[in-house]
Design a binder for this molecule. Structure first.
Ligand code: ATP
Ligand code: MG
Length: 392
């Protein structure tokens, strides 16, 4: 047995640097985002004259929002320092810190890692923050990443309070700049007083990566992470093709990583398209299986009906009326009584909440409550097969 363990642990890998495939890793050079980084530089240029700015970045998953914000903010800190100006840059992940207190504590921890995590109210913490900045003669640049989580849970109070730091009316003006990052547009979620501090022009909107952009991103990552010649050329094309459906760089890099692992498991020296296909299959199953197990029987019937319908019709959308008919048939197949229309509607809402389906209002000429259902990122075939297995 110990030989087996040693063999596996000591076996060679196609990957030379695993860290580079980590979710949090961002390469020195961000591909195809020069223009967007230039735009950030234009927006935040006033900071070098100690004038604060507020801005937002929005864009779908894996489009480089976090990576370009970090890259830009670190650069402006360094450039300001050369000019004798101190910018304190703090990056807060609001998914992890979604209350005002937690988010603000994250900011204070930048200055004092042992700042107590309880016992201080938000106004007191703001006071401490003011003192820290005065003491250092510094300005502050806060990035609220995944800002929608903060605003959803706690409203826009903290954002408003921080913008007030640099307000003309406040006693001692300290430049505090905010960068809000989110997949959705957060501006409409803010209250009117806070919205007015965000200029309409200070919004950077990122698009999904195209297939060719993903190709370049994956190619760069291959060079950083894999041994020379460990990656069959076709693999990069295939990964770019697969990921282009979502335009998501993170998904592309995850596929790359899993392809490498698949090759290692077979103790071969080169990653081939077959490993990529295996990685793709596994990526689906991880996403769906763990989440599918949380659904109850009728939610599964509902999802199954939608997937079956989409597969059969070959369409992008199925309307709720057709889905309900298929649901009734599915229930019969499994010898169960279909639940009421209201219950069915709840199931639809629940599986939408869990991220399995998207809903949008149907066009004119349909009944008022009819909606169109689509599957966001999993082929209908895979969904119906997996649900079928679970229903057995
Ligand atoms: N232009 C790029 N060049 C190289 N790597 C990139 C580029 N854009 C994104 N990446 C890589 O893709 C992954 C996802 O990027 P990032 O975390 O910035 O996405 P995001 O838009 O913040 O996504 P989310 O909405 O899920 O937070 C990271 O590993 C990042 O390093
Ligand atoms: Mg991000």
């Amino acid at each position: 047995m110990s030989n087996v363990i040693e063999d596996e642990l000591m076996s060679s890998s196609v990957i030379k640097n695993l860290n580079v495939l980590d979710f949090d890793y961002a390469p020195e050079e961000l591909i195809h985002r020069d223009e967007q980084i230039r735009f950030l530089a234009q927006m935040f240029k006033p900071l070098l004259s100690s004038v604060s700015q507020n801005a937002i970045i929005k864009g779908p998953v894996g489009t480089g929002k976090t990576a370009i914000a970090k890259k830009f903010c670190n650069s402006i800190v360094n450039i300001a320092r050369k000019q004798g100006k101190i910018i304190e840059y703090v990056h807060i992940n609001c998914r992890k810190r979604s209350s005002d207190g937690m988010a603000l504590l994250g900011v204070l921890n930048h200055f004092d890692s042992r700042f107590p995590d309880r016992g201080f109210s938000v106004p007191e913490m703001l006071q401490v923050l003011r003192k820290q900045l005065q003491k250092r003669d510094a300005q502050l640049l806060v990035v609220f990443d995944e800002a929608d989580a903060l605003v959803k849970k706690s409203g826009s109070n903290l954002i408003y309070d921080l913008t007030r730091f640099s307000d003309e009316s406040s006693m001692e003006k300290i430049p505090v700049s905010l960068l809000l990052i989110s997949q959705k547009d957060v501006i409409p979620m803010l209250d009117p007083a806070t919205i007015s501090t965000f200029k309409r022009s200070n919004a950077l909107s990122l698009n999904k990566y195209t297939r060719d952009e993903l190709y370049d991103i994956v190619r760069q990552r291959v060079e950083l992470a894999f041994h020379n010649d460990a990656m069959n050329e076709d693999c990069i094309d295939l990964i770019a093709d697969i990921a282009s459906e979502w335009g998501d760089a993170r998904f592309a890099i995850e596929l790359l990583w899993k392809s490498g692992i698949a090759a290692d498991h077979q103790h071969v020296e080169m990653v081939t398209p077959e490993h990529v296909r295996a990685a793709k299959a596994e990526t689906y199953s991880v996403v769906t299986e763990s989440k599918l197990k949380n659904l109850d029987r009728h939610q599964l019937f509902t999802l199954y009906s939608i997937a079956k319908r989409l597969k059969k019709d070959g369409t992008a959308y199925v309307n709720t009326g057709d889905a309900e008919k298929t649901y009734a048939i599915t229930c019969e197949e499994y010898n169960e009584k279909p639940r009421t229309h209201t219950m069915f509607w709840n199931y639809i809402k629940e599986i939408e909440g869990a991220g399995f389906i998207n809903l949008k209002p149907s066009g004119k000429g349909q009944l008022g409550t009819t909606q169109l259902i689509s599957l966001p990122d999993i082929p209908a075939e895979i969904v119906s097969n997996k649900v079928e297995e679970l229903l057995k």
